[in-house]
Design a protein around this ligand. Structure first.
Ligand SMILES: C[S@@+](CC[C@H](N)C(=O)[O-])C[C@H]1O[C@@H](n2cnc3c(N)ncnc32)[C@H](O)[C@@H]1O
Length: 298
């Protein structure tokens, strides 16, 4: 159960979800037909411990009814990684040198993408999550100037961002990947308002959000919980989400504020890369929003 000021380590509550998505990136990276390579994902997952490493290696099947590690969710993780990687490549090609990754978790983009000289990547997440990542990647060198800000995103993170050298007069590329459903509705709205307020012309934002409830039958959910428990992991992601009912749809919200909004299509992204998409995955993808928006120059 969530509470207003809850906090977590990488092995508990919302922290665990960061490991889950990193494990999915590690699994994709290890495929012979991998669509991207995140060499840091496996390292980070290994650093979390045995249970997650066994899941990553396929020794524990989370959802045997569906294919591979997370079934359709694995496909979604692959699609969204490709989509957001491409978003950042386009942003830097357009001259953006200030990047903010909200809820960075175990995202290793600051290390693995090619950033032009002078690019600053801010990463914001809960203190213990950032602390874990710092330890696990202590021997690695980021490919950009990386500044971490340990803060709860329900608090006054814009002040902390400014204190760490964020310059609101420069265009920024924002990312909120795998974050919004873990925020109460009002905190999501505030976060988006803050992004708009801190965005110079030419800034852009990328995010994803599941807009409906996942149609996972209770049997699958129980099977998943049991497999995770066998690996020593306590995670029931649906219990960590705040409801999607009544939540602001960020596509309309940014459009109303004059931003130019584009939607991504996970199934198309995968098929364009030659990856087959199952019927179950199509159904799951339908409720998943992938979005970018640009604040045009004044
Ligand atoms: C599913 S993970 C996604 C991590 C990363 N963006 C990725 O896609 O790999 C969710 C992340 O959101 C962070 N998070 C959720 N709510 C937060 C909050 N209120 N303050 C700070 N971080 C938060 C968690 O700590 C976790 O790292």
């Amino acid at each position: 159960m969530r509470t207003d000021n809850d906090s977590w380590d990488i092995t508990e509550s919302v922290g665990v979800t960061a490991v889950g998505v990193a494990a999915a990136r590690a699994v994709e990276s290890a495929r012979p037909d991998a669509l991207f390579h995140d060499p840091y994902a496996a390292k980070l997952v290994e650093a979390v411990g045995d249970g997650w490493s066994r899941i990553m290696r396929g020794e524990v099947q989370i959802d045997p009814e569906r294919n591979r590690l997370y079934g359709p969710m694995g496909g979604m993780m692959t699609a969204r990684t490709l989509y957001f990687d491409e978003y950042f490549r386009a942003a830097v090609a357009d001259g953006i040198r200030q990047v903010v990754i909200l809820a960075s978790g175990l995202d290793a983009r600051a290390y693995r993408l090619e950033w032009p000289a002078g690019t600053v990547v801010f990463e914001l997440d809960q203190p213990k999550v950032l602390e874990f990542k710092a330890g696990a990647l202590a021997d690695d060198t980021p490919a950009a100037e990386r500044r971490t800000i340990a803060i709860d995103l329900r608090q006054d993170w814009p002040a902390a961002l400014r204190e760490n050298g964020f310059d609101p007069s420069r265009p920024t590329a924002w990312l909120a990947e795998g974050l919004l459903r873990y925020l109460p509705h009002d905190a999501q709205d505030r976060l988006c308002e803050n992004i708009v307020e801190l965005s110079a012309p030419g800034s852009r934002v990328a995010l994803n959000i599941g807009m409906g409830e996942r149609q996972m039958n209770s049997e699958s959910r129980e099977a998943r919980a049991k497999a995770l428990a066998e690996a020593g992991i306590r995670l029931d992601v649906e219990n960590l989400f705040y409801s999607s009912e009544g939540r602001t749809d960020p596509r309309g919200w940014f459009a109303e504020r004059g931003w130019t909004v584009s939607s991504g299509d996970a199934a198309n992204i995968l098929t364009e890369h030659g990856r087959e998409v199952s019927e179950t995955a199509h159904t799951d993808f339908d409720r998943m929003v992938l979005m970018t928006a640009i604040r045009q120059g004044d």
